[in-house]
Design a binder for this molecule. Structure first.
Ligand SMILES: [Zn+2]
Length: 178
């Protein structure tokens, strides 16, 4: 007689629901997640707070204004790179499960060939609008004093689930960007 799989016929709709609930519990803010800061583009711009602006061109004059965050003596402002204005960024903190070890990443459609410099996050699908809107993230703001690493989203967030047809979660890949 062939060996039988003890798990066979065990995967009922109730079992799927239980498993999804268990993963959702892990994803609660105080469970296996860390706070991350999402950065959104606002489409709004402000004058560069770091350099003197040429009133005719509206661009940077290439001279430090004496009060900005990054003093410079070259002729290009390092804050706005000569543009004279910076986009106003909006930010929001959300809790995500963060997977640093590439061997534990979920398989995504957009396979990463070189995992170095990448990190994957995992969360409930209800966060999809936020993750689609955010282009940048600061991972684990609990340790922001020690590591202040910016990541940019690599491709679109992908739905996934414990079972096919039950996409309750999303997985997102981020690439280090300074
Ligand atoms: Zn500037």
């Amino acid at each position: 007689m062939a060996a039988t799989n003890p798990f066979s016929k065990l995967i009922s709709p109730l079992f799927k629901k239980t498993f999804t609930n268990a993963v959702n519990a892990l994803l609660e803010d105080t469970a296996a997640t860390v706070p991350c800061k999402l950065i959104y583009s606002s489409g709004k711009y402000e004058s560069c707070p770091n350099c003197l602006i040429n009133p005719v061109t509206g661009k940077s004059s290439g001279v430090y204004n004496g009060s900005g965050p990054i003093s410079f003596s070259t002729n290009q402002c390092p804050y706005c790179l000569g543009v004279g204005k910076k986009e106003v960024k909006e930010e929001e903190e959300i809790y995500l499960m963060v997977v640093w070890d590439s061997k534990k990443w979920m398989q995504m459609a957009s396979t990463i060939q070189n995992p170095e410099g990448f990190v994957q996050t995992f969360c409930n699908i209800d966060k999809m609008p936020k993750l689609k809107r955010a282009k940048e993230i600061y991972i684990n703001t609990n340790i922001d004093n020690y590591i202040h690493a910016k990541y940019v989203r690599n491709g679109e967030p992908e739905p996934c689930g414990c079972c096919v047809g039950d996409e309750a979660f999303i997985v997102t890949m981020w690439k280090k960007a300074g």
